[in-house]
Design a protein. Structure first.
Length: 95
């Protein structure tokens, strides 16, 4: 399932970069359906990077601003019995 989530994120990211909002409603609907299945998808774009955060793997370009400027893969959790299990670490660029 995480492969499907990653592909949907890639479609959303590429559409956003090209200012194609034609698919926004459909992509948000897919995200909603994943959440109903117990998945939590986090896209930490523009967040301040914290090197103690074990849910993210980062390539650090610059330590001046320490902000996440690109998300290559989102953080994916799965809800199970009131617990969140980390299925995939987010892969990000920090500048």
């Amino acid at each position: 399932m995480k492969e499907i989530i990653n592909q949907i994120y890639e479609i959303q990211r590429k559409a956003s970069e090209r200012n194609l909002n034609l698919f926004d409603r459909n992509l948000e609907r897919l995200k909603y359906e994943f959440e109903n299945l117990g998945y939590v998808i986090l896209i930490p774009m523009h967040a301040v990077f914290n090197d103690a955060d074990t849910s993210i793997e980062a390539t650090i370009i610059s330590k001046k601003l320490n902000k996440i400027t690109k998300v290559i893969k989102p953080v994916i959790y799965k809800k199970e019995n009131d617990n969140l299990l980390l299925l995939q670490k987010g892969i990000v660029i920090v500048e």
